[in-house]
Ligand binder design. Structure first.
Ligand SMILES: CC(C)(COP(=O)(O)OP(=O)(O)OC[C@H]1O[C@@H](n2cnc3c(N)ncnc32)[C@H](O)[C@@H]1OP(=O)(O)O)[C@@H](O)C(=O)NCCC(=O)NCCS
Length: 164
């Protein structure tokens, strides 16, 4: 347990703070790998699209609240419905998980994931997946410790214009 931090579902009044955490995660990933790039106009617009996320039944967000008007982390999950024959047709997906530096490694994500698993189970989800940057060694290690096994690799090729 981390004293003074409350894990709870996100509410609309959290949006300014959540937008700050969304931007912090984008900056964190950009610093890890020069290929990871974000559209910062879209990141700046997070307050408007987070409002949509919070209103959708197939998305759920939990926050770690310091109680001083500041959030120290968030977990955003969603349901993912496959339509090309793969099973299970419905699975869970971790869209974003982030804790500020000083609050990492204290079990807060484990607590938020516990709430997310409960939400997933209530919707008959039996599989949860996520994607982590290959160069995010700390995040990748934490996900292993949290029980996520290597399963599928995502590969990338930079497609350059063909010389004529
Ligand atoms: C990855 C992240 C979300 C994990 O959250 P967290 O609250 O730090 O994780 P927890 O404290 O709940 O730890 C969960 C497990 O991972 C382990 N762990 C956490 N950080 C670790 C690290 N840096 N190295 C090794 N193990 C680590 C913990 O020991 C724990 O395992 P245990 O129960 O067997 O001891 C968080 O560290 C973070 O925000 N990192 C930066 C952003 C990021 O990488 N986000 C994920 C993008 S895909």
């Amino acid at each position: 347990m981390v004293p003074d931090i409350e894990i709870r579902p996100a509410r609309l009044s959290d949006i300014p703070e959540m937008a700050r955490l969304v931007a912090a995660l984008a900056a964190y990933e950009e610093a890890l790998d020069e290929r990871a790039r974000y559209d910062w106009d879209e990141i700046r617009d997070a307050p408007s699209w987070l409002r949509v996320v919070l209103s959708r039944d197939h998305h759920a967000v939990w926050v770690a609240d310091s109680g001083k008007g500041l959030l120290v982390g968030h977990l955003w999950v969603r349901l993912y419905r496959r339509r090309e024959g793969g099973v299970p047709a419905l699975s869970g997906y971790i869209s974003q998980a982030f804790l500020e530096d000083a609050w990492r490694g204290k079990g807060l994500m484990k607590l938020m994931l516990g709430d997310a698993y409960q939400w997933f189970r209530a919707q008959n989800v039996t599989v949860v997946t996520l994607s982590v940057l290959h160069r995010n060694w700390l995040g990748a290690t934490a996900w292993h410790r949290l029980g996520f096994a290597d399963w599928r690799e995502e590969r990338r090729l930079e497609l350059r214009p063909k010389r004529s």
